[in-house]
Write a protein that binds this ligand. Structure first.
Ligand code: SIN
Length: 536
């Protein structure tokens, strides 16, 4: 596997900034806002600034504010969902620092739903308490809009759109610069910075069906991996149980908050079925509900199940879930009368670039935050509405670390030249992408087994072998090699973990096995040699 995907020469345009943040979701923009105002920050958005997974988040943010709730209960629920692999200390920080960060959001103008001056709390699966604050069913958009608006007012923050980060340049294990493709001009730019914060999101686009936006192609993880960072817990991929299943839209999320407000699941005969799978029924942990739906669909030979909230009145539904109500109605589904067709789809990756409690990776001055990172909080299965919270809590921690240390660092004045060997790749990459997505969807989905994983491995290895011989220059090509790289790692880790735990379910090893209470670390050397390291 190549260390660098593209070459650069001495004529490359060079831009200097103290901190380069890759990604314009909640983790990236909140980190920028928390960094002291005497530090110069540049945020790069792969597409438009408002396109991110965070902006699509519906449900809300988990925080223990209820009279009967406490950070300890939030911690217990997170650990329970994480199926033995969550890092207790990290979770402790998450639940205890939640309140202060939510207060910051409110101070920045975010308007969560309130009644009588008190934040409304809803319930989501596997939470023992009502603790999800929300802005109707567009919480992510409300938060992102306000963060972006605040950052536009800050003199020390620059927001640049259509900037695709390709590779980081490392010297003596320290991050020095980032090679970026300016999509508007087609030219490469070298961003030199004291720090890089990677907040580029997950890899949902590796799958045929996903709730993720088009930008989620695993770029940040692939870039970090090529540079020598460790990717951890990559086999744990979360499938959201209830994504709309309609011929015109198979990626629109029907928030878990709908089940939190009482919606029930029905099979194609209109019968409830969750009681056959788990005593918590519709509010069992997300992996359990997704797998139960998958089994019910197999049993009834149908392509979807149905979510029923039709017992609530229209006025309530229009007010509480305006986006879901309007989107469904547009497609001819009146949720106050009709069942909503839904099926599981890829939603979130628990794994990512391994970080410590300050968001530091193993590469000096290279931080990771949000879905691209693996702080160890989510373990084998993320508890609903903990992801935006993780972006906030660890974004703030990264910002503190940078604000405290930035005066000790200097910008690099070296010139970098990277040779790019190989022929220009002239084939369209869309077919290659389709092959990867098909293999991931059919063989590395909700239920896996050795023979399917080996088939997926064969497809992906072959793809990588071919791609490795070429030179790339377009974003589509670079994205494809990133997707193939991450797919290879997910498959390798899924093959290695011969047990079922959380979101990773192997039909050939269908029980958890205590020997596997460990994380699988993936680094370039290990994947290239097909060996792994384990840590507990
Ligand atoms: C949802 O609203 O169901 C998604 C929330 C999450 O992924 O945490």
């Amino acid at each position: 596997m190549k260390r660098y995907i593209v070459g650069i020469d001495e004529n490359i345009e060079t831009v200097c900034t103290d901190v380069l943040i890759i990604g314009s979701g909640i983790a990236g923009v909140y980190t920028a806002l928390c960094i002291s105002e005497n530090v110069d920050v540049t945020i790069l958005a792969k597409e438009e600034i408002d396109i991110s997974n965070s902006a699509l988040a519906q449900g809300g943010i988990a925080v223990s504010l209820g009279e009967e709730d406490s950070p300890k209960f939030h911690l217990d629920d997170t650990l329970f969902a994480g199926a033995g692999l969550s890092d207790r200390e990290m979770v402790w920080h998450l639940v205890n620092e939640a309140k202060d960060n939510i207060k910051n959001l409110v101070d920045l103008g975010v308007r969560f739903d309130m009644t009588g001056g008190v934040l409304d709390l809803t319930k989501e699966a596997a939470h023992s308490q009502r603790r999800i604050i929300h802005a109707k069913d567009f919480t992510g958009k409300e938060v992102c809009d306000k963060l972006i608006a605040s950052s536009k007012k800050r003199k020390n923050i620059k927001l640049l759109e259509k900037m695709y980060a390709i590779d980081i340049i490392i010297e003596e294990n320290k991050c020095k610069a980032t090679i970026v493709l300016d999509q508007k001009t087609g030219k490469k730019i070298l961003f030199k910075s004291k720090y890089v914060v990677c907040a580029s999101g997950g890899f949902g686009q590796l799958y045929e069906v996903t709730s993720n936006p088009i930008i989620a192609t695993g770029d940040g993880m692939a870039m970090a991996y090529r540079a020598g960072a460790t990717l951890t817990d990559m086999e744990f991929v979360q499938f959201h149980p209830t994504v709309l299943y309609h011929k015109k839209d198979k990626s629109f999320l029907i928030s878990e908050a709908v089940r939190g407000e009482g919606a029930v699941l029905r099979n194609c005969f209109g019968e409830r079925f969750m009681h056959n799978y788990d005593e918590l029924k519709e509010l069992a942990p997300r992996d359990v509900v997704a797998r139960s739906i998958f089994k019910e669909m197999e049993k009834t030979q149908s392509e979807c199940v149905y979510l029923d909230i039709s017992f609530k009145d229209r006025e309530y539904l229009e007010k509480r879930f305006p986006k879901i109500f309007a989107t469904c109605l547009n497609l001819g589904i009146d949720i106050s009368k009709d069942y909503i067709p839904v099926a599981p789809a890829e939603h979130y990756c628990m794994g990512g670039i391994k970080t410590d409690m300050s968001g530091k990776t193993q590469i000096k001055n290279f931080y990771a935050c949000g879905e691209v990172a693996c702080t160890g909080i989510h373990g084998a299965n993320r508890l609903a509405s903990n992801s935006l919270l993780e972006g906030l809590v660890f974004g703030k921690r990264i910002a503190n670390d940078i604000s405290m240390n930035h005066l000790k660092e200097k910008l690099d004045d070296k010139q970098y030249i990277i040779d790019d060997k190989g022929d220009n790749y002239s084939q369209p990459v869309s077919e290659v992408e389709k092959r990867i997505k098909k293999a991931m969807n059919s063989k590395v989905g909700i239920v896996r087994n050795e023979s399917g994983l080996l088939q997926a491995k064969q497809v992906i290895d072959k793809t990588l072998q071919v791609l490795d011989q070429y030179k790339f220059d377009s974003m589509a090509q670079i994205q494809t090699i990133n997707m193939a790289t991450i797919a290879k790692i997910v498959v390798a880790a899924a093959l290695k973990r011969t047990e079922s735990r959380g979101a990773h379910f192997r039909s050939d090893f269908d029980q958890p096995d205590d020997q596997w209470m460990i994380h699988i670390d993936n680094t370039r050397k290990e994947i290239d040699d097909e060996t792994f390291e384990f840590n507990d």
